[in-house]
Design a protein. Structure first.
Ligand SMILES: [Ca+2]
Ligand SMILES: [Ca+2]
Ligand SMILES: [Ca+2]
Length: 413
C-alpha cells in the first residue's frame, strides 16, 4: 500500500500485539522493544492498535533505551540515515514518512524499570518518571501520538466557604483578591500553616509546585479567585487514609480550579479509581464525600447541595446551611488544629475567638489589609467588635444559646 499504487483500494491498518515478552540486551543497556512508524504516509490510514490486554499483557524487560517508541521522522527516507532501516536500501527504496500521531494505550503491559515487572497503575511517582524515560511519545514531539499508560484523577468540584459567602448574590466575596495589591499569596499558604499548626495540612503524594501567575488574580466576576483551598483523595477502603493532596483555588461561584484559575484540578500522580474526596480550607472545617467517588470521566462533585451527601452524623452535618438549600464549609477555625483536632470553639482552651482578640489587641481596634486565619469573613481585615466583625460568626456557629458548644469536623482527621 504505497503512494505509487494509489489505485489500489486502501484499508485502515490495524494491529494487535499481546502476550509477547521483549527481552533487552541486559546487561548492555539499549535497543527499542517496540516501535511504530508511519511510512507511506500519503495514503495509509491508521486504525486501532492494541498493545497488551488484561490477562494478555506484553512483558517489557529492563534496560531498553525505549520500551515503546513512536516514530517522528518526516519527509523522504532518502538520503540515509533514516529511522526506518528497511527503507535505507538505495534510491529505489524511498518512502515518505510522517509522525506517528495515533495514540496507543499501553496500560495493560508490564514494564521493568528496575524493580521487576510492574503495571503502570501500580507504579509510584518516581517509577512512573522512570517509565516515561523509556517511552518516546507526545511529551517529546508535538506531532506524535500519546502512549497512554496513566489516567490521572481530575477533580471537578464546587464548594462554598461560609465566611465570604454572600447569600444575596449567591457568590463568595473576593475582597482578598480585589485588594490592591491582592492579599492572596501567589504560592499556596498551607505548608506554612502546617508548620505553625503541625498536622493541620500534611502533604501526601503531591509533587506539584503550587504557585500561580499573578495574572490569575486579575480575573473579576463570578470566576474571580476567592482563596486557596486544600483537596484530599482518600482510600476507598479506609477513608482515614490520605492517598494524595493538592492545593487549588476556589472561584466566587464555588468552582474549585487548578493553578491556571479555570481548569479542573489535576492529581497528576493519582490513577483514576474510587476515592473519598475531602475539601478543606485554612480557616473553615473541611467536608468529605459520604462515599468513595468513581473519578473515571471526571464527575462533578457539588459540596454546596444536600444531594451530594457528606460524611458525618447526617448527610449534611459536616456543612453549614448558608442559604435555603445551599451549604458551605463551617467558618471560624482560626486555630486550624488544636488538642481536640479540627474544631471550632468559642470558649475554653484552644478556642478560635481569642486569636482574633490577640490580633486586634484591644477589642475596638481593626487590623486592615491582612491575609490571616483570624479574618474569618475573609474581607481582608481582622475585627473583633462592631459590624462585620470576625468573632460573631464563630458565636453564631456554635450557637448563641450555648457558647460552650463545639463544632467538630467530620471526619476529625
Ligand atoms: Ca466558575
Ligand atoms: Ca479551631
Ligand atoms: Ca474580617
Amino acid at each position: 500500500m504505497s503512494g505509487n499504487s494509489s489505485t489500489i483500494v486502501q484499508v485502515p491498518i490495524n494491529g494487535v500485539f499481546t502476550g509477547n515478552t521483549f527481552n533487552s540486551l541486559t546487561p548492555t543497556t539499549g535497543g527499542i522493544a517496540m516501535s511504530f512508524y508511519n511510512h507511506d504516509s500519503d495514503f495509509a490510514t491508521l486504525g486501532t492498535f492494541t498493545v497488551g490486554t488484561v490477562g494478555s499483557e506484553n512483558v517489557f524487560a529492563k534496560d531498553f533505551s525505549y520500551a515503546v517508541y513512536l516514530g517522528d521522522q518526516t519527509g523522504s527516507t532518502l538520503p540515509a540515515p533514516v529511522d526506518f532501516p528497511e527503507y535505507d536500501l538505495g534510491a529505489s527504496s524511498g518512502t515518505i514518512m510522517a509522525c506517528w500521531n495515533t495514540d496507543i494505550n499501553i496500560l495493560n503491559n508490564t514494564f521493568d524499570i528496575g524493580s521487576g515487572p510492574q503495571l503502570p497503575p501500580a507504579m509510584n511517582h518516581l517509577e512512573r518518571l522512570a517509565l516515561e524515560n523509556i517511552l518516546y511519545h507526545l511529551p517529546d514531539k508535538p506531532c506524535l501520538g500519546e502512549l497512554i499508560y496513566f489516567l490521572p484523577v481530575e477533580v471537578y468540584a464546587k464548594v462554598f466557604l461560609q465566611g465570604p459567602y454572600d447569600s444575596l448574590s449567591g457568590l463568595m466575596n473576593d475582597a482578598l483578591r480585589a485588594a490592591a495589591p491582592t492579599l492572596i499569596p501567589d504560592s499556596e499558604p498551607y505548608s506554612a500553616i502546617n508548620t505553625a499548626f503541625p498536622g493541620a495540612f500534611v502533604e501526601v503524594n503531591n509533587y506539584v509546585v503550587e504557585s500561580v501567575s499573578p495574572s490569575v488574580f486579575t480575573v473579576t466576576g463570578d470566576n474571580a479567585i476567592v482563596d486557596w483551598v486544600w483537596l484530599e483523595l482518600r482510600d476507598k477502603t479506609n477513608s482515614n487514609t490520605l492517598l494524595a493532596t493538592r492545593c487549588a483555588l476556589v472561584q466566587r461561584d464555588g468552582d474549585i480550579v487548578d493553578l491556571d484559575g479555570s481548569s479542573a484540578v489535576l492529581f497528576p500522580d493519582s490513577y483514576v479509581d474510587e476515592y473519598y474526596l475531602m475539601v478543606r480550607h485554612r480557616n473553615h472545617l473541611g467536608a468529605m464525600t459520604a462515599t468513595a467517588i468513581d473519578f473515571t470521566g471526571a464527575p462533578f462533585i457539588d459540596f454546596t447541595v444536600a444531594s451530594q451527601p457528606t460524611y458525618g452524623t447526617t448527610p449534611t452535618s459536616a456543612r453549614r446551611l448558608i442559604k435555603t438549600g445551599i451549604y458551605g464549609l463551617w467558618a471560624g477555625n482560626t486555630i486550624p488544629k488544636s488538642s481536640g483536632g479540627f474544631q471550632i470553639l468559642y470558649n475554653n482552651s484552644g478556642n478560635d475567638r481569642l486569636p482574633i482578640l490577640t490580633v486586634v489587641g484591644t477589642p475596638l481596634n481593626v487590623v486592615p489589609n491582612v491575609y490571616m486565619l483570624e479574618d474569618v469573613n475573609m474581607n481582608g481585615e481582622v475585627k473583633y467588635n462592631g459590624s462585620g466583625n470576625d468573632r460573631v460568626i464563630i458565636l453564631g456557629n456554635v450557637g448563641t444559646l450555648d457558647p460552650l458548644n463545639v463544632i467538630t469536623q467530620e471526619p476529625n482527621n
